[in-house]
Design a protein around this ligand. Structure first.
Ligand SMILES: Nc1ncnc2c1ncn2[C@@H]1O[C@H](COP(=O)(O)OP(=O)(O)OP(=O)(O)O)[C@@H](O)[C@H]1O
Length: 218
């Protein structure tokens, strides 16, 4: 199994006392599967995605990515996993302003020691960025910037892509185009995709769907 999440608990401490956000969440995802994670605002979707991405640690439970327990890894191990196996796309594009589009696309693949100029070129073409490779992010529209961010995420050929409302900042038509491209490329590379979304329409286009309610998968 590409991703196996077992019995995850996470409680945040706040001024009002402890708040149990996740209370025994489990899910699994096979290579080539696309899974939508829905739930009301505050239900813990981003929290779960951060835990799976190794950006935070659960209080209890296990997360296995490609059979590796991320809780048993040290910071180096988690950083390595984030660079090589995992790809993350957020609502904010987080492009590097001082780098041209071509170098933004190659950035993570280079960090991971997996830069492949031909694949980077294919991604740029497929994302409709071929005429923009020498531009800087600020010279692009929001939809173009998000396409750069997605190409950058896919450039190291991640096995598992985690996406948090990746088209949430785009207008409906642009969002649909960007999502079509991302789903096509994810399917072609046989990656797994776990995507947080508020959009019913989008959730319906993925192969499976899970709903978080009261700290559990409903
Ligand atoms: N670092 C933190 N410290 C304390 N509480 C937090 C922290 N991060 C999140 N929370 C709380 O945990 C709950 C779940 O937050 P989370 O962002 O995971 O929800 P979400 O389902 O992604 O929401 P949304 O759909 O609005 O993005 C919220 O009540 C939030 O206030």
């Amino acid at each position: 199994m590409l991703l196996d999440v077992q019995n995850i608990h996470k409680t945040y401490q706040s001024a009002d006392g402890p708040s149990a956000v996740l209370r025994g969440v489990g899910l699994s995802l096979a290579a080539g599967e696309t899974l939508a994670l829905t739930g009301e605002s505050g239900s813990g979707k981003s929290t779960l995605l951060h835990l799976i991405g190794g950006l935070d640690t659960p209080d209890q439970g296990q997360i296995l990515v490609d059979g590796q327990d991320i809780g048993a890894m040290d910071d180096n191990g988690r950083a390595h996993l984030r660079r090589g196996t995992l790809g993350v796309v957020f609502q904010q594009f987080n492009l590097i302003p001082s780098l041209r589009v071509r170098d933004n696309i190659a950035f993570q693949a280079r960090l991971a020691g997996q830069h492949d100029a031909q694949w980077a070129g294919t991604l740029a073409d497929r994302m409709g960025l071929a005429d923009h490779l020498n531009k800087y992010p600020e010279q692009l529209s929001g939809g173009q910037q998000q396409r750069v961010a997605i190409a950058r995420t896919l450039a190291p050929r991640p096995r598992l892509v985690l996406a948090d409302e990746p088209t949430g900042n785009l207008d409906e038509t642009t969002a649909a185009t960007v999502m079509d491209l991302m789903l096509e490329l994810v399917r072609e590379t046989n990656a797994g995709l776990l995507m947080v979304t508020h959009s019913e329409n989008l959730a319906g286009r993925l192969s499976r769907r899970l709903h978080l309610r009261a700290g559990l998968v409903a």
